[in-house]
Write a protein that binds this ligand. Structure first.
Ligand SMILES: NC(=O)c1ccc[n+]([C@@H]2O[C@H](COP(=O)([O-])OP(=O)(O)OC[C@H]3O[C@@H](n4cnc5c(N)ncnc54)[C@H](OP(=O)(O)O)[C@@H]3O)[C@@H](O)[C@H]2O)c1
Length: 248
């Protein structure tokens, strides 16, 4: 198959490209580093010729709803328009389990992305995944030296690599609409994950456990972001992921 990976230079995208190529697929990477600016659509013309499926794992790092909505709406509209023009038969995107259950600026963009895809005319599959194991690292490194925090929360983290494998499986199949949720093998406490990650990379400074603010923090603590019972489960636990870290 010929697959296009939008965001193929990112965390999930790099795994996707690796998995897809290892299975013998021809892969086109769409990102600014490969000359494609998805908000304007610049550089997209001709890139989707002969593509069987586009997998969108682009991202913007923000908590601001206007920034998130304009990024995910802009990128999704550019991709869908180019797919229609090139007659691509399958659009896939990665979003977040229960993004609609926890009010959050970033999630606002993910929900708009889902609505645009479902309301468009390119056959689609949307996979909602839980937080990655890497989320613990992201949260830790967001804090500046001496200001690191470990927010409490109930999560069921999953390996980004396993999400990528699952996305390639879905791309090899027919469009499903909303796919079953994809989550990790077991529930973890987010503050414990951040703490263990910090220890694994040798951090010995202060790391207070805090309640994340607002409605999102409350939703996180009461488990609103956990996947439902029908979710497909990955295999690698957070501790296994941590053990495999090069720094650990
Ligand atoms: N992290 C999690 O815990 C988690 C959980 C569930 C779902 N997800 C979803 O997974 C997706 C991927 O997340 P990630 O953490 O793997 O992303 P990431 O590492 O931040 O990578 C983002 C990618 O988007 C590309 N990109 C950004 N702006 C672009 C633009 N204007 N035009 C073209 N390409 C652009 C970047 O490439 P260039 O810089 O080269 O442009 C990069 O390849 C996100 O949609 C996220 O919502 C994440």
């Amino acid at each position: 198959m010929k697959l296009a990976v939008a965001g193929g230079t990112g965390l999930t995208g790099a795994h996707l490209v690796d998995v897809a190529r290892a299975r013998g697929h021809d892969v086109v990477i769409l990102s600014r580093r490969t000359g494609v600016e998805l908000l304007s659509g610049a550089g997209l013309a001709g890139r989707l010729d002969g593509v069987d499926a586009v997998i969108d794992v682009t991202n913007v790092t923000t908590n601001k709803p206007d920034v998130s909505v304009s990024f995910f709406a802009g990128a999704t509209k550019s991709l869908l328009a180019a797919e229609r023009a090139a007659r691509v038969p399958h659009h896939l995107a990665l979003t977040i389990v229960r993004a609609d259950a926890a009010p959050d600026g970033y999630y606002a963009g993910k929900l708009v992305q889902e609505r645009l895809i479902a309301g468009g005319d390119v056959p689609w599959t949307v996979l909602r995944a839980t937080q990655f194991h890497e989320y613990a690292a992201l949260l830790f490194h967001r804090g500046r030296a001496g200001a690191h925090i470990a927010p409490r929360g109930r999560v069921q983290p999953v390996a980004a690599r396993e999400v990528a494998v699952h996305l390639v499986d879905l791309a090899e199949g027919t469009p499903q609409g909303r796919a079953l949720e994809f989550g990790g093998p077991r529930e973890e406490d987010l503050s414990d994950m951040v703490r263990r990650y910090a220890r694994a990379i040798g951090y010995r400074g202060p790391l207070p456990t805090v309640n994340a603010p607002g409605a999102w923090g409350h939703a996180l603590r009461r488990g609103a972001l956990l996947p439902g019972p029908a979710a497909v489960r990955g295999e690698q636990t957070f501790l296994e992921w941590l053990d495999a870290l090069p720094d650990a």
